[in-house]
Design a protein around this ligand. Structure first.
Ligand code: PAF
Length: 287
C-alpha cells in the first residue's frame, strides 16, 4: 500500500494504473462504516483509493473542525490490513490555495435539512469532492447511506458536472443496539452513548405506526412525543419524512414510492444524524 500526501504523487500513481479504480473519501477516524465502504470497493475493483482529509470548508465557525478526531496512523494500519492500494492524506495546503476562491453550491440540495442548520456545510462537501474526483479519477465512488442527504448531493453533483463516476450507496453500519456508526460517537460519555440510541429507536418506532397512520404529520407528532418522553436529554433538531429522491417533505405516505425518515439531534452537545426508508405495506403503496 502507498501512503501519498501530494497531488503530484497521486497523479503519478493514477497515470500508471489501468482498470477500474474504486474511491472511498473519508475524514479519517475510521470505524466499521468506513471499512464496509472500503471492503465493497476492494470487492468491485482491482484498485482502491481511500482519502483521509478533514476538510475545513465543510465545518462552520462554531463546529468541531479543531477537535475532530485525527487518528492517521491507526487508520493507515487498518487500511493496509484490508488491502487498499493507496491512502491519500494531503495537508490542507495541497487541497486549498491561500486565495481559496471557488464556491460550489447545489442551490436546492445544499440548503435542505442539515444544510439549513449547517450553513455552507454541503458547499464544502461538494467542493472537496469535486477536487478529489478530479485527482483520483475513480470509476466508482462509495458513500454510506448514514449521510443520506450527502449521498443524494453527490449523485446530483456527479450528474450535473458530468463526472464519469458511478456512485454506490452502502447501507448504514450499526452498533448492536442500532446506533449508526459515526466518528462523532467517540465524543459521547457512557451516559450520552446510552441516550444516542434515541435516533434509531425513534425511526423504528415511527415504522411500527405504518399503516395505522399514513399522514406524515401524525407520524412525526407521535415520533416527537416518543423521543421527548423516552429520551428527555436528547435535543431534536429536525425529524422529517421526505421523498428519498427529491428529499422534499411529503404529506401522505402514498405520495412517494420511496419515503424516508430523516432525523438530526444533539446528545451532550454532539450532533448526530440517522435515517431509514419507511416501508409501506403493499396494499397501501403509491398507485
Ligand atoms: O462523509 C464524510 O466523511 C465527508 O463529508 C467526505 C465525503 C469525506 C467529504 O469531506
Amino acid at each position: 500500500m502507498e501512503l501519498l500526501t501530494t497531488r503530484a504523487e497521486l497523479r503519478a500513481w493514477r497515470n500508471k494504473v489501468h482498470g477500474s479504480v474504486g474511491f472511498v473519501p473519508t475524514m479519517g477516524a475510521l470505524h466499521e462504516g468506513h471499512l464496509a465502504l472500503a471492503r465493497q470497493s476492494l470487492k468491485d475493483n482491482p484498485w482502491t483509493v481511500v482519502s483521509i482529509f478533514v476538510n475545513p470548508r465543510q465545518f462552520g465557525p462554531n463546529e468541531d473542525y479543531e477537535r475532530y478526531p485525527r487518528t492517521l496512523e491507526s487508520d493507515v494500519r487498518l487500511l493496509e490490513s484490508l488491502g487498499v492500494s493507496v491512502v491519500f492524506a494531503p495537508p490542507v495546503e495541497e487541497m486549498y490555495s491561500p486565495e481559496d476562491e471557488v464556491v460550489l453550491s447545489l442551490t436546492r440540495l445544499s440548503r435542505l435539512w442539515c444544510g439549513g442548520y449547517r450553513l455552507g456545510h454541503f458547499d464544502g462537501v461538494a467542493l472537496v469532492l469535486t477536487k478529489l474526483f478530479h485527482l483520483v479519477a475513480p470509476t466508482t465512488a462509495y458513500f454510506g447511506e448514514k449521510d443520506f442527504q450527502q449521498v443524494r448531493l453527490v449523485e446530483k453533483l456527479v450528474e450535473e458536472l458530468f463526472f464519469p463516476i458511478r456512485i454506490v450507496r452502502v447501507p448504514t453500519v450499526r452498533e448492536p443496539d442500532g446506533l449508526a456508526m459515526s466518528s462523532r460517537n467517540a465524543y459521547l460519555s457512557p451516559r450520552g452513548r446510552a441516550q444516542a440510541v434515541a435516533l434509531y429507536k425513534t425511526l423504528e418506532y415511527i415504522q411500527t405506526l405504518v399503516p395505522q397512520y399514513m399522514l406524515t404529520e401524525d407520524l412525526l407528532r407521535e415520533g416527537r412525543q416518543y423521543l421527548e418522553t423516552r429520551f428527555p436529554e436528547v435535543k431534536l433538531e429536525y425529524l422529517a419524512i421526505v421523498d428519498e429522491y427529491s428529499l422534499e417533505r411529503i404529506e401522505h405516505l402514498r405520495q412517494s414510492a420511496a419515503p424516508r425518515i430523516l432525523i438530526a439531534a444533539y446528545v451532550e452537545g454532539v450532533r448526530l444524524i440517522d435515517n431509514m426508508p419507511l416501508r409501506v405495506p403493499e396494499e397501501e403503496e403509491a398507485v
